[in-house]
Write a protein that binds this ligand. Structure first.
Ligand SMILES: [Zn+2]
Length: 100
């Protein structure tokens, strides 16, 4: 019996996504997924598996600030963001970058 076949990668192609701010194409796992929750609030989707309309962003302050200032995130998620929601997202990326 051999279990080698289980270790063989299914595909060499890693899933790729585009950052909605800088338009750079990166590996999905190198980007942060944002998702529109049922109540229209934009949330960070850490698992990357939440259902709903999603958008991807680099883990960079400049990208997050750009999409929040220019309402590009609202456009991508087809929602209207409250000031509180924007604040939460900005704080999220600031905290994330400070930790790493
Ligand atoms: Zn970016």
């Amino acid at each position: 019996m051999t279990i080698l076949w289980m270790m063989r990668p299914k595909s060499k192609h890693l899933p790729q996504r585009t950052c909605i701010a800088c338009q750079q194409i990166k590996e999905k796992k190198a980007l942060i997924r944002l998702v529109r929750a049922e109540n229209g609030v934009a949330e960070v989707d850490i698992s990357g598996k939440k259902p709903g309309r999603g958008a991807y962003l680099c883990p960079k302050k400049v990208c997050w600030e750009l999409v929040l200032k220019k309402n590009r995130l609202e456009y991508a998620l087809r929602t209207k963001l409250s000031d509180d929601n924007r604040q939460i997202l900005i704080e999220y990326i600031h905290n994330l970058l400070e930790e790493s």
